[in-house]
Ligand binder design. Structure first.
Ligand SMILES: [Zn+2]
Length: 223
């Protein structure tokens, strides 16, 4: 019986002489994407409902920063960066003290927004902005990045401004690790210079690519 069904099924197929190709049926252009896979899985899950608080993926994946930094920001927005409080939460017993100020327990909010030494960095970079006190007064990384103000500027000024929070968060994390694992000494001026250098390096990397989207971002193309 099965053989008969197979013959009928095969008999209805018409073969062409071209090479075989993979086609992903759940995408209009027949190419596989993770998004199409994700969408079809969600459709099949009848119990799934869109969360009220949607993850701000554009703040991570559509920003022109290196991929490793995107993953860091992604983990930060999920509040999964391995600060000492998160390690303690995973039953890894480490004495919890901020590696920078050594006066408070280390948490994501303290390390990136509350630590007095990190506030010196933020104010050293953008303290001249009148609204900066309110901007830093967010209680989580998602709210902080979501509310980072737009700059009424164009070209490299705008591009640099958009990168400031990402570069600062990334450099603070790197410096924190250098202090813990390589006995670095914190120096606010050097950290600020490192943030500026990081922004410049990212812009240079961005503008060296021939990509109309990136050229738009940088205004005139090369710096
Ligand atoms: Zn601290």
């Amino acid at each position: 019986m099965e053989m008969t069904e197979l013959i009928v099924m095969v008999d209805s197929l018409s073969l062409s002489p071209g090479r075989d190709q993979w086609k992903w049926r759940w995408n209009n252009n027949k190419n596989f994407t993770v998004k199409s896979m994700y969408d079809i899985l969600l459709k099949q899950d009848r119990d799934y409902s869109q969360p009220a608080d949607v993850f701000p993926f554009k703040l991570v994946w559509e920003v022109s920063i290196p991929t490793n930094v995107k993953f860091f920001i992604w983990a930060l927005l999920w509040e999964r960066v391995l600060t000492i409080d998160n390690l303690n939460g995973q039953c890894i017993a480490i004495h919890n003290a901020c590696a920078l100020c050594n006066q408070c327990e280390e948490s994501i909010n303290h390390l990136f927004f509350g630590c007095s030494l990190v506030l010196d960095i933020w104010y050293g970079l953008v303290g001249h902005i009148a609204r900066m006190g309110g901007i830093l007064n967010h209680d989580n990384p998602k709210a902080f990045l979501t509310n980072w103000p737009k700059l009424n500027n164009r070209g490299i000024g705008e591009s640099s401004w958009c990168l400031v929070p990402y570069a600062t968060l990334w450099v603070v994390w790197c410096i924190r690790n250098h202090i813990i694992f390589e006995n670095w000494v914190f120096d606010v001026e050097k950290v600020i210079m490192r943030v500026k250098g990081t922004i410049w390096a990212w812009l240079d990397m961005l503008c060296s690519k021939v990509d109309t989207r990136l050229l738009t971002c940088c205004g005139t193309g090369r710096i």
